[in-house]
Ligand binder design. Structure first.
Ligand SMILES: *Cc1c(COP(=O)(O)O)cnc(C)c1O
Length: 389
């Protein structure tokens, strides 16, 4: 069983060895830029590649500003501080996400409220958000207050799962209506775009603040790294300040005017990022072809690919199949991993993890349904593209 699938994946990646879920490709200027950074002696927290990478990411997603960080989790933490999230606040987010989304909320001593995902996007459901707000939220003095707890709703953090964008327009207008800062966890969605808006807005630029990750498994990598994007010059300046130990600018004095963080991206990592970014368009095309290939081939193997939502042009970062039930999921995982074709179930819903159990949540039936059935399948850029790209 699933032999055809294993064969298809092996053909695609031209190997009889392990096929990882997602591995990076370094066939561009990576070594050249890294050597250049080493030769410059600026390997650490300042350097020309940091500035260049920030500028180029901002241009890529059509954001006015981009501030780099040491990883995506640090970018999320910074973005939440920028949104005004602090001790005792509550943050609306989805239960089906990587744990970092929720950990960053906890770093602010705030608590998440878990809402359901949408069946078409796998991201925060606009209907679930609307229902929760109608049932529980009041506007008091220009702030959104949770009627049950009296606590402020300081942010809404939807996540663009596997590169598929959430229902951005509806979520954005709900957040505007209730005066909730909208912060996108676009860690997985660099290059994803809305289709139906005239401006073809990119993931990470819909809300007030966007967050990206450049971890080794993402569409492009800096080794480890992240980015905060915003169109607001004051938020951008504060992001830079907070991530660079909140040091007041001075030629020699060490003066820090608030609690800051050492969240800077090293120049070495930014050098890698600049080289990777040059290949993003080739990766996006290649990943789209891979998604289409899976979409055509899998139905003949009685496997169902999770389709790209109609309203967005996904970056197709990770492909997923939707199994019929949990037993089939487990069987598929077992057989494929035995054959060294690495497949992975989606994350355990965050509201079921020990540190987040028992928190406030909405109705979560889609979350549970997909948690039992989603399996990610190998989605790296196939080798022929990387040779050409
Ligand atoms: C990768 C990822 C992050 C951030 O991860 P880092 O490893 O800290 O860069 C955050 N949220 C989601 C949904 C992710 O997939």
């Amino acid at each position: 069983m699933y032999e055809q699938f294993v064969e298809l994946v092996r053909d695609t990646y031209q190997t009889n060895d392990i096929v990882p879920l997602h591995e990076p490709r370094f066939t561009g200027n990576e070594k050249h830029f890294l050597n250049d950074a080493i030769d410059s002696t600026f390997v650490s927290s300042i350097g020309a590649y940091v500035d260049r990478f920030e500028q180029e990411v901002a241009e890529t997603v059509n954001s006015k500003f981009a501030v780099s960080t040491v990883n995506g989790t640090a970018a999320l933490h910074t973005a939440l501080i920028l949104s005004g999230t602090g001790p005792g606040d509550q943050v609306l987010t989805q239960s089906l996400s990587f744990v970092a989304t929720c950990n960053a909320i906890s770093y602010c001593q705030a608590t998440p409220i878990f809402l359901d995902i949408d069946r078409q996007t796998l991201g925060l459901s606009a209907s679930a958000l609307q229902t929760w707000l109608l049932d529980n939220a009041d506007l008091e003095g220009g702030r959104c207050i949770n009627r049950n707890t009296g606590k402020a709703i300081s942010a809404c953090v939807p996540m663009h799962t596997f590169g598929n964008m959430v229902e951005a327009d509806r979520i954005k207008s709900l957040c505007e209506q209730y005066r909730i800062p909208l912060l996108e966890d676009a860690a997985e969605a660099l290059g994803s775009q809305l289709r139906d808006t005239g401006s073809k807005e990119f993931a990470g630029t819909i809300g007030d603040i966007g967050v990206f990750s450049f971890n080794g498994n993402k569409i492009i990598t800096t080794g480890g790294g992240g980015m905060v994007t915003t169109n607001d010059p004051q938020l951008a300046a504060r992001a830079k300040h907070l991530t660079t130990t909140a040091k007041a600018p001075h030629r020699w004095e060490f003066s820090h005017d608030e609690l800051g963080y050492n969240y800077r991206m090293p120049n070495l990592n930014a050098a890698l990022g600049c080289a990777q970014l040059q290949q993003l368009n080739a990766y996006l095309e290649s990943k789209r072809r891979l998604h289409q290939m899976y979409a055509e081939a899998l139905p003949q193997m009685q496997l169902q690919l999770f389709p790209e939502p109609q309203h967005c042009h996904s970056n197709c970062w990770l492909n997923a199949i939707v199994c019929e039930h949990r037993e089939q999921r487990d069987q598929f995982l077992e057989i494929t991993n035995d054959q060294k074709v690495l497949t992975r179930p989606v994350w355990q819903p965050l509201h079921t993890l020990p540190m987040y159990a028992g928190l406030e949540h909405g109705e979560l039936s889609n979350t549970q349904w997909f948690a039992d059935r989603l399996v990610n399948i190998p989605s790296s850029v196939p080798p022929q593209t990387s040779a050409a790209g």
